[in-house]
Write a protein that binds this ligand. Sequence first.
Ligand code: BGC
Length: 454
Amino acid sequence: MSANPHVFPEGFLWGAATAAHQIEGSPLADGAGPSIWTRFAHTPGMTVNGDTGDVACDHYNRWKSDVALMKSLGLKAYRFSTSWSRILPEGTGRVNQKGVDFYSRLVDELLANDIEPLLTLYHWDLPAALDDRGGWLNRDIANWFAEYGSVLYRALDGRVKKWVTLNEPWVVTDGGYLHGALAPGHRSKYETPIATHNLMRAHGAAVQAYRGIGKHEIGLVVNIEPKYPDSDSKDDAAAVKRAHAYMNEQYLDVALLGHYPPELKDIFGDAWPEWSAEDYALIKQKLDFIGINYYTRSVTKASDSYPLKASAVRQPLGTYTETGWEVFPQGLIDLLVWSKDRYGNIPTYITENGAAFFDPAVAEGGRVRDPLRMDYLQKHLKAIRSAIDQGCDIRGYMVWSLLDNLEWSLGYSKRFGIVHVNYGTQERTPKDSARWYSKAIATHGASVDDPLPY
Ligand code: BGC
């Protein structure tokens, strides 16, 4: 908590985030195995324009100049993810040293530039070889994941001090196992709770393994989207409760409180299994921090949607991003206060926050005017400061994203970067929002209150 109101706490970490599959490219280089995303994107019809991660931002070859770019923006931290199938091409067993070396060099370069690495083990790119063995539906995956984590803990824990097990398990299961929009593209109400549970068992096993090897901090990253009722009807109130339990409470409850919210049984009906006490004990490990990814809220009404029976309602006066998400900074305050009250004031990082907006072409002199993104960042940083003033223990902020990148099945059609990427030449151009954010970092947030330069 800050001693002076309206000042970001000392040590508050200012950074930006990316994920392996979204920026690296060269997915099969140097002995790496394929991931489910390589397969998914190469299946006709799965991504916008058939876009794949084969080249992406070519970060696999440009990592050094990308770190120089981070340094030039003044970033103090960089959140990235490692690709499981670069480290273990078959997902388990044989270690591919060249994959480990890639991340080891990246970490060295970050440290040489005084940028703190935050490493996420799983940002959705499951080794295809493990998917062939059932992927998140196979209970053995808890051990496979702990084995993978352990390889990296041993190699990097002296240098990486902040570890994350999973990024957004809700998206992995809702997108990958229930609605099929994301890899591996399944659509099954029966598989979804199993995938959820195995993700969380894997999280628990990876934290447990970390305690035996690592000496620093480990946590879990979830995406939270506060739900507000569309009307004061009883049906809408019940729909909000279901949607909130499904998206917001499901993963943090089981990780921090040791049980799932009761609404899940109603939502999934006969597809919701009973789990053992041993499983719950494995999942509930002490965490050093949580990471919250926040983009938007949802105003929710009762509906016949499958299986949630709740739907989002577009707000007539709302401002919406290019991905159709309402800009609603108050939701971030509400969720941080909710999380503090429900889970105790566990140290929290905002591990992603940002927006895709239409960006004009790079102008002469290398300028990209992105006033809406700047406005978005300003409003959300003010919201964070307000949550800190209300007693929330917020330790840092990572913009999503450092670079325009592969927006999963939306391909390269949506740009979230504070740095523009020309996919033809791979040229990077900091947008106005990057310059604005640099100043916020340099002033430790004091300039966040300045009027925007438009
Ligand atoms: C994910 C990112 C994604 C971003 C914007 C988050 O759900 O972690 O990988 O690009 O949202 O959709």
